[in-house]
Design a protein around this ligand. Structure first.
Ligand code: MG
Length: 414
């Protein structure tokens, strides 16, 4: 039983807030040694004054003065993109929780791996854009990649529960270097028969909306998520199902399972966070309230379980758990993501970047809701893919896709 020293990147966002709650709830197991935020100086200062980590970081350099003035003690202060990389490598830290919106978490995540820190990954972009590199480098360094995304954390728990932390190997195709058993330096012959990973999706606010009404969907309607309370980008992604598409690619890399065995099922209650089907047809699921404190805590205390003050499930109140097949025709994001994940190379980074631009354009009311898919699809079609890209090639593809998507959006609303 050891207290884990954690740096939180993206402290002022919803995952960051949950991480602070977890640290407060299980102080004997989690200590926050660094807090980093993008530009909210006041909120970061308030968090730091409460938690008193020895280091803080604000990416927006113009607001560092404001941060310094609001701090009631004297931590080390980092700033800028380079500051985010520095705090991710903080000597005091054993684990870095990456919960940065967008692509900004990728370089700090790779730097943290290089510095030998375990990674708790909440930012999907890290694995979507650079899953091959991240898993390979983590394997080399012998560091753990612990999923914080609730679905992946659920799958991780299902696999752990089945194999009691002894690692696992997938049935076919999943290459050894992407495998958890390799990463943990555990016996690779400890094989398991995983048939399917089944990601659950709430279906978002338009689960039952006829496709004929998609054109008229407003920003306000799209921002009303039925079960999770999250930032605007991920909330729109949940409405288009791009969030689930990104999660399919994330699962493919994290667990070394081919895309064809990563599936999605609609589950509106968001109580079952995901499932694993084994070769004998048995399915294991992980259930809890939809509160990110659950997966964050498990990532921090893994492989142990620790009592906390989170509310238990009351099945008498839950009463009903529903499941349905996604409407693939009406929500093209899932098939676009499957295609990107299957082809691999720079295409997943392109999907991710084009989607970010399209979501911003929708939030700025420049394009209608269905044009988000249309933009992503058009940019993917125009991309010349690079197989097994290095980080530079990935970042180039990301920039290219942003430009291309911006051009396409412009052509739509002109
Ligand atoms: Mg998720």
């Amino acid at each position: 039983m050891k207290r884990k020293r954690v740096v939180v990147l993206g402290a002022t966002g919803s995952i960051g807030e949950s991480a602070l709650k977890v640290a407060h709830d299980i102080p004997e197991r989690m200590e926050i040694v660094g807090l980093a935020a993008n530009r909210n100086a006041q909120k970061l200062a308030a968090q730091a004054n409460k938690v008193r980590p020895p280091a803080v970081c604000l990416v927006d350099e113009t607001k560092v003065g404001e941060l310094r003035a609001a701090l009631e003690y004297e931590p080390r202060i980092f700033s800028g993109e380079s500051g985010l990389v520095e705090i991710a490598c903080l000597a005091e830290a054993e684990m870095v929780l990456v919960a940065v919106v967008g692509t900004g978490g990728l370089q700090p995540a790779l730097a943290a791996i290089e510095a030998g820190k375990d990674l708790a990954v909440a930012s999907k972009e890290i694995l979507v854009m650079a899953g091959e590199i991240v898993m390979r480098e983590a394997g080399k360094k012998g560091v753990q990649i612990l999923p914080v995304d609730s679905e992946h954390n659920a799958i991780f728990q299902c696999l752990e529960g089945r194999f009691q932390g002894s690692g696992f190997r997938v049935q076919e195709g999943g290459s050894a270097e992407r495998n958890f058993s390799e990463i943990r330096n555990l016996k690779p012959e400890t094989c398991a028969d995983v048939r399917r990973l089944i990601l659950t999706a709430s279906g978002g606010p338009f689960r039952n909306t006829p496709a004929s009404e998609f054109e008229g969907i407003t920003v306000e309607q799209a921002l009303k998520h039925p079960t999770w309370n999250m930032g605007p980008k991920i909330t729109i992604d949940s409405a288009t199902l791009f969030n689930k598409g990104l999660e399919m690619i994330e699962a493919h890399w994290l667990f070394g399972v081919e895309m064809k065995r990563v599936e999605v099922v609609i589950h509106p209650q968001s109580i079952v966070h995901s499932m694993v089907e084994f070769s004998d047809g048995s399915v294991l699921a992980q259930l809890s309230h939809s509160d990110m404190c659950f997966p964050i805590q498990y990532a921090v205390t893994w492989p142990e379980r620790v009592a906390n003050s989170l509310p238990p499930l009351d099945f008498g109140r839950v009463r009903q758990l529903e499941f349905a097949t996604p409407r693939y025709e009406d929500f093209p994001a899932l098939n676009l993501a499957r295609r990107a994940g299957e082809i691999g190379g720079t295409l997943p980074a392109v999907l991710n970047a084009a989607n970010e631009i399209a979501v911003s354009a929708f939030l700025e009311r420049k394009i209608s809701f269905p044009r988000i898919w249309e933009t992503v699809s058009a940019v993917m079609d125009r991309h010349t893919n690079v197989a097994h890209p290095d980080l530079d090639a990935i970042l180039r593809a990301d920039l290219w896709a942003r430009d291309e998507a911006a051009g396409f959006v412009k052509s739509l609303h002109c």
